[in-house]
Design a binder for this molecule. Structure first.
Ligand code: SF4
Length: 389
């Protein structure tokens, strides 16, 4: 039986991950957005140095796939020249995800916070933060980032900014963006010095708190964050337009198409969608794009990781099967096709989960890849018939 490799670090651009189709470079665009010029530059670089496939991740990152080791240094230099990666590896600190839908005043505040935090986190004292440690900025009357993984969250309670540790229901009041940064840094120091990171360099805030470690009283607070907004869907919004990438996969032509739609910038979201602020509708030629604008598209019901041959852990192809099955998944239901038991594409429960193992699939209902399958070792060709029964 194949056993998934669990790595304790997240790949970045300077520290790429080896995959079945070459190196994977993960980019965190500054402020989570790309200008049209950066988008066009990225499309060309992915085509020239990669295999023409990019991923949108559920941490609002972009990944260039299929880069040859010999091309890595040249690609980094060109990405840095376009402002797509920081000029040196030390600036690739913990991930900070901004809300793509924050109203203008809150957007200004979250940008101030993100800029100051990015700078402060380059200090040596924060180098020991686990690679998966992340911050979620979600100020405003509604929380859009509920369910997006993060260890520290900066949100609003009514009009007041609050800092909330993941794993706590309530947060503490912070009077200004500057105080939010100061208190967030204090919380990270507390996490680092009070056993939040294990000997392997791993650790998450919610796990630390669940183990009985409570932050100092003045960082706990008693303010409930504002209510959560419903999960966003592709299509028109009052503030712009969202387009989803099937399985989070983009091509260079998708990027070129997005760059030319007329939005001032593209916001990378953690829902495998690109948000185009200010765009009210798509031109007719949108129909030619492989991107999803219809909130009822069956592909939105399916999650599937790259599978074989892109991932060396996989013994099965995933996305071709996921496309075949999408049409028979009823609206409101979900399917997860995973290349192995690691479940990269989806951690939450799905109505149906298929897990690749030794060239075949195990199937379970209403659970995750960590649950016990009810049917084992199904040949890939037999899966559609089984599901139609
Ligand atoms: S879940 Fe998919 S992408 Fe993740 S390790 Fe397994 S096969 Fe690879």
């Amino acid at each position: 039986m194949s056993v998934p490799l669990v790595k304790g670090w997240c790949p970045g651009a300077y520290r790429p991950m080896a995959s079945g189709d070459g190196l994977v470079l993960r980019l965190r665009p500054p402020m989570g957005e790309l200008t049209p010029a950066q988008t066009l530059a990225l499309a060309d670089l992915a085509e020239r140095h990669g295999n023409g496939t990019l991923d949108l991740t559920n941490r609002a990152n972009l990944q260039i796939r299929g880069v040859a080791e010999a091309d890595h240094a040249a690609l980094i230099a060109e990405l840095a020249a376009s402002g797509l990666v920081p000029p040196d590896s030390h600036a690739e600190g913990p991930g900070i995800i901004l809300s793509p839908f924050a109203p203008p005043d809150d957007d200004r505040r979250q940008r101030q916070i993100a800029q100051a935090l990015s700078k402060a986190l380059q200090a040596a004292e924060f180098a020991a933060l686990p690679a998966k440690f992340g911050l979620v900025l979600d100020p405003g009357p509604l929380r859009h980032m509920d369910g997006i993984s993060g260890d520290l969250r900066i949100e609003s309670a009514d009009d007041t900014l609050i800092l909330r540790a993941d794993g706590c229901n309530r947060g503490c009041r912070v009077a200004s963006p500057a105080e939010a940064v100061e208190q967030a840094l204090r919380m990270m120091r507390w996490f680092l010095t009070r056993g939040g990171v294990d000997a392997q360099g791993r650790g998450r805030m919610a796990r630390h708190i669940a183990a009985g470690h409570l932050p100092p009283p003045d960082l706990r607070g008693d303010l409930l964050p504002n209510p959560a907004a419903p999960a966003p869907l592709p299509g028109a919004r009052p503030d712009g337009f969202c387009l989803a990438a099937p399985f989070g996969q983009l091509t260079p032509d998708d990027l070129r198409y997005l760059a030319r739609l007329g939005a001032p910038y593209l916001r990378i979201t953690p829902w495998r969608m690109i948000f185009l602020p200010g765009l009210r509708h798509l031109p007719e030629r949108a129909q030619a794009s492989g991107l999803i604008a219809d909130p009822g598209d069956p592909l939105l019901r399916v999650d599937a990781c790259p599978g074989a041959p892109s991932c060396p852990q996989a013994t099965v192809q995933t996305r071709p099967l996921a496309r075949r099955l999408a049409g028979i998944i009823p609206p409101g239901s979900s399917l997860h096709v995973s290349g192995c038991a690691k479940g990269c594409a989806r951690q939450s429960a799905a109505d149906l989960t298929l897990i690749g193992r030794d060239g075949r699939f195990d199937l379970l209902r209403h659970g995750t890849v960590r649950d016990t399958p009810e049917t084992r070792s199904i040949a890939p060709d037999a899966v559609p018939d089984l599901m139609n029964r």
